[in-house]
Ligand binder design. Structure first.
Ligand code: HEC
Ligand code: HEC
Length: 335
């Protein structure tokens, strides 16, 4: 218990001083002076939402898990590491191969709501949506526009986020031994904060990394090919020190645990409440198993059990109703 308290104290210190991560010194420092007047108010409101997404009155009803944007975008996107928002706004509008349309920054933020927050899309041009886009744009003050015709991501990390060149061969070569190695490494390097059961300790600001209160199977980090790069740059928090192989093995273990399934159809509000959904792709489903099957991997074989198929009962509706969705959703639950 003592070590635990010490750990929490040292972490709280780390958080308040700014989170240590692998830095990209070539990125400029984030601005420190807020715009004046109404624009400044919106930047501050957006910042507040990004740090408190699941509890903020403007967004809590749209979040279906225990996460805040800043749990993944460290220091609210001000950290100069993978997940930074410094420079992000310069590449929007950007083409997105997933939606097969050109996405604005508000659209892109909404996609994190549906996937990483396991929730619902804020209405475009609602106060929350404008505020978040304003804050993210403020973090690119002074930087030149760079049109991205390939993907809607931060230009500094455009090639790195999807580090497929080195990740894919390692993912495809995964064996039950890699999974077991990942499990062991998780216990050694991650469980002190995220706990053995992956549920974190939300009261101590350690977010869940799997389970019904974490991101769903449509989120970037739920993908075995994307989580390794995130871990290389950001985890263990304050001391990112993994080798590529360790990051891949840990990612295999973490992404092979149960989490809410993604079904686009269930994430969207009825059209009249949501406004226009800017996508040419209207059918999209992912499960933990399908995220592995995509690379020719059989999840039961990797894990050495058949638990995942059974556990896919964690679904979005359960998660959302737990988070206190609007009246309509509660009614449909009761029916
Ligand atoms: C010292 C405590 C600590 C350790 C050790 C640690 N993390 Fe984290 N991790 C955090 C905190 C705290 C956050 C959220 C950061 C924030 O809110 O500023 C986080 C965020 C994350 C996230 C994104 C948010 C989420 O809930 O999914 C992932 C994924 C993650 N950690 C995985 C790992 C993995 C895998 C390891 C082991 C290699 C690890 N972490 C080690 C404290 C830690
Ligand atoms: C569970 C982790 C997680 C959470 C929580 C999360 N995001 Fe993201 N976000 C990601 C990942 C991973 C990517 C990029 C990878 C991809 O495109 O698949 C991303 C990309 C983005 C981008 C695109 C530009 C870029 O920086 O590359 C924006 C903007 C963004 N997120 C905003 C938000 C906002 C606002 C929230 C809160 C409402 C949020 N995110 C919550 C993981 C997260």
């Amino acid at each position: 218990m003592k070590t635990h308290v010490a750990l929490i104290l040292s972490l709280t210190g780390a958080l308040s001083m700014g989170v240590m991560a692998v830095e990209r010194p070539d990125l400029p420092d984030p601005p420190t002076v807020y715009p004046t007047g109404e624009l400044g108010r919106m930047v501050k409101l957006g910042e507040e939402i990004i740090y408190n997404t699941n509890t903020h009155p403007l967004t809590k009803q749209l979040v279906g898990n225990d996460l805040k944007c800043s749990n993944c975008h460290l220091d609210g996107g001000k950290a100069k590491t993978l997940g930074t928002f410094i420079g992000t706004a310069t590449s929007f509008p950007a083409y997105s191969p997933r939606e097969k349309t050109v996405q604005t920054l508000q659209n892109r933020i909404n996609n994190c709501f549906m996937r990483s927050m396991n929730g619902k899309r804020p209405i475009i041009d609602s106060e929350a949506s404008v505020a978040m886009a304003t804050y993210v744009t403020w973090l690119s003050s002074g930087l030149p526009i760079t049109m991205n015709s390939k993907k809607p991501v931060n230009p500094a990390f455009s090639k790195i986020w999807w580090g497929k060149k080195w990740v894919l061969p390692m993912i495809k070569a995964a064996t039950p031994e890699s999974y077991q190695n990942g499990k062991q490494l998780y216990t050694e390097k991650c469980a002190s904060c995220h706990m053995d059961d992956g549920q974190g300790l939300v009261a101590a600001k350690f977010p869940p990394v799997w389970g019904g209160r974490s991101y769903n199977t449509g989120a970037g980090l739920s993908k075995p090919e994307k989580l390794p790069t995130y871990l290389l740059y950001n985890m263990p928090l304050g001391n990112p020190n993994l080798t590529k192989q360790e990051a891949v093995d840990i990612a295999l273990y973490v992404t092979a645990q149960p989490r809410p399934s993604f079904d686009l159809d269930k994430m969207l509000f009825p059209r009249e409440e949501m406004g226009h959904y800017n996508s040419k792709v209207l059918v999209e489903k992912h499960t933990v198993s399908s995220n592995f099957a995509k690379w020719g991997l059989d999840i039961d074989e990797l894990r050495g059990d058949t638990l995942i198929s059974d556990l896919e009962v964690f679904n979005q509706e359960t998660a959302i109703s737990g988070a206190g969705m609007g009246k309509k959703d509660k009614l449909s639950q009761a029916n």
